[in-house]
Design a protein. Sequence first.
Lengths: 1062, 428
Amino acid sequence: MKTTNKPADSLVLELQERAKELNCLYIIEDTLNKSDISARQAFHTIINTLPQGCQYPDSCRVKLFYEDITYQTSEFEESKWFIQVDIVVQEKVVGLIKLFYLKELPKADFGPFLKGEKKLLNTVAERLGHFILHKKLKNVFKEMNDVRETVSKSSKGEWQIVLDMIRKTDPNLFMSLMRKLLHFLCWKGVEEAEMLMKHASIKRRVVEFEEESDENKPMKIKKIANYDEYVDTIIRLAGENLTDDIILARIQKWIQEDKSSGLVKVVENQDTSLTEISDAIRKYYHISPEKLELSPSTVKGLRVSLLRRFFTDQLDFISVAKEYVKLTDFYKLIDKMIFPPASHGKLGGKSAGLFLSYHIISKESENDPLIQNIKIPKTWYISSDGVLYFMQYNNLEEVLEQKYKEIDEVRIEYPHIVQLFKNSEFPPDIVKGLSVALDDLGEKPLIVRSSSLLEDQLGAAFSGKYKSLFLANQGSKEDRLIALMDAIAEVYASTFSPDPIEYRAERGLLDFHEEMGVMIQEVVGVKVGNYFLPAFAGVAFSTNEFRWSPRIKRNDGLIRIVPGLGTRAVDRLSDDYPLLASPGQPSLKVNVTPEEMFRYSPKKIDVINLETNEFESIHIKDLIKKYGQEYPNFSEVFSVYDSNIVRPATQFDLDDEKKELIVTFDKLFIKTDFLKKVDLILKTLQAKIQSPIDIEFACDGNDFYLLQCRPQSFTGDITSDNIPKDIPEEKILFTAKKFISNGRVPEITHIVYVDPVHYSEISDRNRLLQVGRAVGKLNKLLPKRKFILIGPGRWGSRGDIKLGVSVTYSDINNTAMLIEVAKKKGNYLPDLSFGTHFFQDLVEANIRYLPLYPDNEGIIFNESFFHNSVNIIRDLIPEYSHLEDTIKVIDVVNSTGGSILKVMMNADLNIALGVITDETGVSESEKVHKDLVENHSGEHWKWRMKIAEKIASELDAEKFGIKAMYVFGSTKNTIAGPGSDINLLIHINEKEAKLNDLNLWFEGWSLCLSEINFLRTGYKSPGLLDIHYVNDEDIKHKSGFASKIDAVTDAAAPLKLKNNQS
Amino acid sequence: MSSKDFNAFEMAQAQFDKVADILNLDDSTRQLLRNPLREYHFSIPVKMDDGSVKVFKGFRVQHNDARGPAKGGIRFHPQETVDTVKALATWMTWKCAVVNIPLGGGKGGVICDPHNLSMREQENICRGWVRQLARNVGPLNDVPAPDVMTNGQHMLWMLDEFETIHGAKYPGFITGKPVGMGGSLGRTEATGYGVIYTVREALKQLNIDITKTTASVQGFGNVAQYAIELYTLLGGKVICVSCWDQEDQVSYTFKKADGVDLNVLRSITNKFGGIDKDKAKELGYEILGGDIWIEQDVDILIPAALENQVRGDNAQKISKKVKVLAEGANGPTTPEADKILQEKGIFVIPDFLANAGGVTCSYFEQVQCNMNYYWEKEEVLTKLDSKMTAAFHAVSDLASKRKMFMRDAAYVISINRVAQACRDRGWV
């Protein structure tokens, strides 16, 4: 953003001016907020402070008139250079402030005065107005209280004094009180009052007629007569029918209601801008001398309106939030909001979730000290229309059309948009807001997060698509401000990145008006060496979809926790592991042996480097070696690993460099109430929000911070399936009713079934090991995530191999699902492993686990399907054909005449179902989701098939010596994804083939297609074509890929060549 | 279960029968050694965290203690069977006898899955196990150690319970304790160094100068690293190691023709023995496929990773230059491969001799505990050297005298030692 020096210089100047103004405002605000200050003192403070907020304090003089008294600064002189503003109380001018410059000074916006100075004066006058009103009201209340006290002592009727006083000072209020009193009397059943109500239709505005033109005079007199009579009657009736206490209490309540009516009006009106709302809230806050007690209905009404304006129209959210969020909470909120003038924006889904959950926890903590002192980091918000304002200011509106472009165009242009945004200026009022925010947040590292409105609609499947950026926020204010604006611009630009646009296109949401709120949040943490990080952070889910023990119940929850920034816990990692624990079962560990604990302990940590101002992933070992002594809550996080024992570490362990320190959180989990606390938070939020939820959290060593909260149903891959009831039994392959988790399993085309009976009958250890190796081979050959493994007992069993197939994670890493069958032997039911041997790998790769108990009552296990289907093991791994009794490889599509296997899981019902189904057998609600995905994924194979046909038709068979060409694999099987190759099989005439030329020709195609594919999908590859040559000899022997031609299963499809008769 | 099932104990008995034939053992000796001397089956009631009581099934098998107190691990396994425990106890008897340490064979276990148990519950299982057996185990009759899913922590709980019952300190009751709590120094090095002590002796016997030899090692875990350390110290040159890459889920071979530098490799290795292949490349290492280690033109092959690594399908690829194969891992060679190795005339140091450094060090731990005096690391390693060297020569002498293969000779010698002890005691 540093284009030239000039804007930066003027920016600094402007910022300095702004700082002066703010300082001045703070002093005034401070003084006026003192409860015991007199009006005189207040006026003196104002006139003496105001010059400090001006450009030229030395030559500035101030004069203030109020109620016939004049206040002025010392050495006061009048001059011709001045600005002035009225002091208004309840729409009546009661005074005036004038600001003078004594000599001629450089010209600015208004004579020598800056816009800012004018604004400052306006603000001070307005604030003074509130102050005066506040004072007045306070007096009224004081008198009322005095009256009340005397009433209790002396005779009846003195409440009338109060009414008299109000009648003189505030006729509007008086009339309103009269009407309410009349209603109240009617309500109490006073007949005379009812009569009065029917016959006297007195307008409230009647008083104002006094000041109007002569024409109205006759009418006025008539009304006045009525008016006095009317008032007297009401007062008489009240005196006769009600006790003094009741009347006084009522009057007090009505006065308060009247004062809040302004706020209600403003908030209820959808046309008012955020600025107006915030002014109204500020005013309401100032004039409530002691916390006004509004009627519960008014309060709720106000809460709902405010929630709607600030957060969302979603009824689910509002109905919960209105019970927990107080009006004063909004006052605190608007102080931290930055928004364009006349803004109608909202704060977005993320802000809403955090705001709500924090207030639920705060309120519920009254019942349980365990969740007291849960904090949220200091946060500033930019309203969702900030992005539009930013774009309008820079004339970038055409970018809005981006979403209607072709996705490859969007992808090409995205980097430019990022640059464009980063090189654009922020509107001055936003810059000022950000500057104030930075002063408030100080030099602590920040995270700039998107808080989009679409997240509300769609859930978190969406949220990951927008950016969150960490800022070290170090250095001069100027640098920090520039970095902050840079980050916000980048977050704004991410609205136009191809991924979310593609996602929205798929779901038909392009036309939904996307606006994005931004949260500027302090990063929770402490300084460790030159790094900044929390002691630990992570995510927690109120329902657990990855259970490693049957003792863990679904609602025991799941926590993923890492040392340092939580980014490594939020994302699934390919090369590292977070620690897992179940808050409801704190003592059951995933990893129990020291080796497992070591293997699955995190090795890297995410931190903010305060020197380079970068977000970094570094090795925990290096960090501990250098700065272990400074690490917060060291012994709760780390343990010493000594080949055969793991124990919590102490700071002294750092002295011995040979000691191996690993992250286990043992002490945190066992010796502190951390897990109990998380459990209570999850359970409380789940109960109140009435949905499973997940939270993000962090701890700086002292306090527990809540960073995010959202309904768990938003997390795409763990929603539950609908279990249709009308599936004919012959279509069901298996059912399970124990330990079911939610989770999506894609359509399955192949099953690898290890027959429990045959497996247990193998007596040769080597043969047992071969079964594992065969599974490993199949894992490499079968289509990734399109097959499932079904086998007896414990997959991955190392020691006692007969208890389960001996495999390592690499032997099963492509499966979609791992199924363990517990078949009774005699009267003995084997225990299942729940995948413990590679549990964390399964979690990170999102491979689902399912235990089957075929002998249990009401369970279907269609063994005959496994026995009777064609076993294609010979075709795939002929070297293991001797195991064909034990291992069945079933091509579901071929065996069933075009159907696939679908596994539906519903943890709420605790039912899972494996069903042989075709496209039409899908339930309606499923279909919607499926259509979206299918249509989309269908594109990939269709496009590839078209390309394959095109290539064949362009290929000069004679010239290159080619006999035939085939397509096989994912393109042919219609399962190609955005990153798939196109597998081509070329049958060459060995004598005539010109392989060199041919290779060149294909290489050209391959590179071009790869580029096109990248533009379409964002997947990069070194080439899209995977070419295999076979000759007559190969085909004769069906060796290698030649076996695909005319194969029993998954045969290659021939393509029509140019110049080829066939 | 049908009789066709794979049964570890039957396999152990079959193996014994084969050797018994060679030794021409009489029937009563056979009967005694085919079966354990004593088997304990008992119940361990444990109060669970939720207040309920669960009863766990525990075992201890003392296969033979003619040569000294039974020695063997305690396993926590959900599908533990007494047959497995019996088989493992039998193997322990032979293993202790082959290195000629005065210990017998035992094994124990509890049917449980620690993944489903809290630490407190596991502690109560450990203490319950000792309470049931306090009179039948101890430093003078049966010495447990950690095994599958048990570790130093479990051993300390058990030791504490034992000492509480007997009202005195008996650190020699159990081995595998942490250093400082009765553990022995040199434990980490023991197995890897033990492998090389036997390799050194083998080379001497084959009249090969170790400083002129090269080796290829499979694996880069604890055993492999210390084997490479000592071998390099003795002047040998390791030209390649292979190890598993967690990220890519395949193994790679890291080759450097002029010899790998152990310290450099260690500095780029994670704790599971996975070498960072990008850094290795920068350092001039050639990155090859995981199976390449076996095809190298070296004098010595050391499979020190997993079982079943030298198989019928790859044993043929072993270079003609290879003279010695030392089994650092357990069961790295399949029976088919064994035949090929015999045909090729490769000198095989069988696993239960080559990697017996571990159990020997456990014995040293017990010795030190019993006298409550702990040796320096050098002393442990020196004593280990003499034990391993003696054990090697006993086996190789027999092999050359009787023209037997090393693996068979090792079994013969150990079973013979146990049988002799039984006879000397007048049992048979």
